[in-house]
Design a protein around this ligand. Structure first.
Ligand code: HEM
Length: 502
């Protein structure tokens, strides 16, 4: 046998050490790459779907207490990651914003968004970006929002008049119904240029139909999680969405026809006219056809009609449960405006307590407790964990709003906690993001906040309120109905007394 020299032994040792090092490194890397966030054990096939009940935001908040602020779950074949702390949320919506800016496919949304032609349900990309820009420019910018101030003041004035009438009879009003009609009227005037009555739309009226969309849109659709089940439509969701889409389409066709007929006579163009002007105009980077117009009109209606008034409904409910906070807000309004006239939008600046009440109410009752679902467009690492491409990302702002590590005494309504604090609700501070944050955040924030501040200020300034049917403030039922917009389960019935002079 040939003797090996020291040199040969050293070469072999070096080669073995290199191979060992190479495999060890790769093993570490693979382990690291595959490390999923912690989460509850799933059932075969079903995954964790069985853990979601009627209030998924509450179910997920409970699970996060056990498994942590970044949690991995599986809904059928779809991996999901749930963020439940400000720090983790920031990593999704700021640090890696672009990777998580897509929306997952949703069978129902497909029908009410004209096959994902809306902004809300549109895929992240050029089309979505252009449409979003267009809507901000033509409807939602500060300038455009300001141009509807007079309309809002008139509509809120009509609401006050109607409640004042009930007050003079000493009768109870269904405040939920009243402000819901206000929401419908303001949205129709802004988007379609005129008011439509409930019966112009559907026998059931606007709120019922729109709340059905919001409710159905939030129900986990088995077809989305088990694609092979889609065709069977076991829950009947697709059938119901198709029926809803038909109601909307008939209504939108009517609006477009009306606009076509009046085109020549009109001096000023409304949003519908502007959108219709893009059809086959070559002005945009893609071929704009009537489906795009209808998708955007419906998107704006769905996104604006119920959101702001639901936030007002929650804030008034919180104030009714806390009469001392209601008095404090009335005092602030009285000092600024007096009791001889109603509030105008120009009075809203510098109403510190009003803003504190709104922040506190949005912390406890975010209108969209899980925002809208996001989806990852590529594999990514967050907080050392691997997140697969096409994972569903759920941001639980309800859990963040009630986390004792983030807020002292989180279950209590204490607007004063915001005194002197720089916590803002416009998406910069991840402790409080009722409008989301980053690329997919709400483009209607300015409009939404203006409506919430104005309507709430007006109602609190004009009236004293008592709960109808001898209900005590602390007994007011605050049960929620979870949906894309999460509203009160029970209508708010109250007895108003007019408190202004004249
Ligand atoms: C108090 C009122 C409102 C609240 C609390 C609110 C909240 C939200 C939230 C949480 C999202 C999802 C953010 C995300 O997925 O990360 C959103 C998206 C959206 N909101 Fe609002 N919103 C309000 C009013 C409005 C209004 C008045 C409009 C006007 C039309 C509007 C238009 C939209 C649109 C188009 C989207 C989809 C954005 C996208 O996917 O790019 N919202 N909103």
């Amino acid at each position: 046998m040939m003797m090996l020299s020291i040199f040969h032994w050293l070469s072999i040792a070096l080669a073995l050490a290199t191979i060992y090092h190479y495999f060890r490194q790769n093993l570490i890397l693979m382990k690291k790459r595959k490390r999923l966030p912690p989460g509850p054990k799933g059932l075969p096939i079903l995954g964790n779907l069985h853990l979601l009940g009627k209030n998924p935001h509450k179910d997920l908040a409970k699970l996060a207490k056990k498994h942590g602020p970044i949690m991995h779950m599986r809904f059928g074949y779809v991996p999901a990651v749930i963020a439940s702390s400000p720090e983790i949320t920031e990593k999704f919506l700021k640090t890696n914003d672009q990777v998580f800016a897509n929306r997952p496919y949703h069978e129902g949304a497909w029908y009410v968004s004209y096959e994902q032609r809306s902004i809300t349900f549109g895929q992240y990309g050029l089309y979505w970006r252009n449409m979003r820009k267009l809507c901000i420019l033509q409807l939602l910018s500060g300038h455009k929002t300001g141009s509807f101030q007079l309309m809002r003041e008139e509509e809120v004035g009509l609401l006050v008049k109607s409640i004042k009438k009930a007050a003079s009879d000493g009768s109870a009003v269904d405040l939920s119904d009243e402000i819901s009609s206000l929401g419908a009227n303001m949205s129709c005037l802004m988007i379609f240029g005129k008011k439509y009555m409930d019966k112009d739309f559907d026998d059931r009226g606007f709120r019922d139909v729109i709340q059905e969309v919001m409710h159905l849109g939030a129900i986990p659709n088995l077809g989305d999680f088990f694609p092979f089940l889609g065709v069977f439509d076991l829950q009947g969701l697709t059938r119901r969405f198709k029926a809803l889409a038909k109601v909307f389409d008939t209504f939108l066709e009517k609006i477009i026809d009306e606009h076509l007929q009046l085109r020549e006579e009109k001096k000023t163009k409304d949003f519908v006219d502007i959108m219709m002007g893009f059809i086959h105009s070559g002005a945009s980077e893609f071929e704009f056809d009537p489906r795009h117009v209808k998708a955007i009109l419906l998107d704006m209606l769905l996104a604006s009609m119920d959101t702001s008034v639901t936030a007002v409904e929650w804030a008034i409910s919180d104030l009714l449960r806390h009469p001392e906070a209601m008095k404090k807000l009335q005092k602030e309004l009285e000092e600024k405006i007096g009791l001889d006239r109603i509030v105008e939008e120009s009075d809203l600046e510098g109403l510190e307590y009003l803003d504190m009440v709104i922040k506190e109410s949005m912390r406890l009752h975010p209108v969209a407790p899980l925002l809208l679902p996001h989806e990852s467009t590529e594999d990514c690492e967050v907080d050392g964990f691997s997140i697969k491409k096409k994972s569903r990302i759920i941001i639980n702002i309800y859990a963040i709003g009630r986390d004792p590590k983030v807020w002292a005494d989180p279950e209590s309504f204490i607007p004063e906690r915001f005194k002197g604090s720089n916590i803002d609700i416009r998406g910069k501070d991840f402790r409080l993001i009722p409008f989301g944050s980053g690329r997919r955040s709400c483009p209607g924030l300015q409009l939404g906040l203006t409506v919430v501040r104005f309507v709430l200020a007006q109602l609190v300034h004009c009236f004293n309120w008592e709960l109808a049917d001898n209900i005590q403030p602390s007994d007011l039922d605050m049960t929620e109905v979870f949906g894309l917009v999460t509203s009160r389960a029970k209508h708010l019935r109250v007895v108003p007394t007019y408190r202004l002079h004249g």
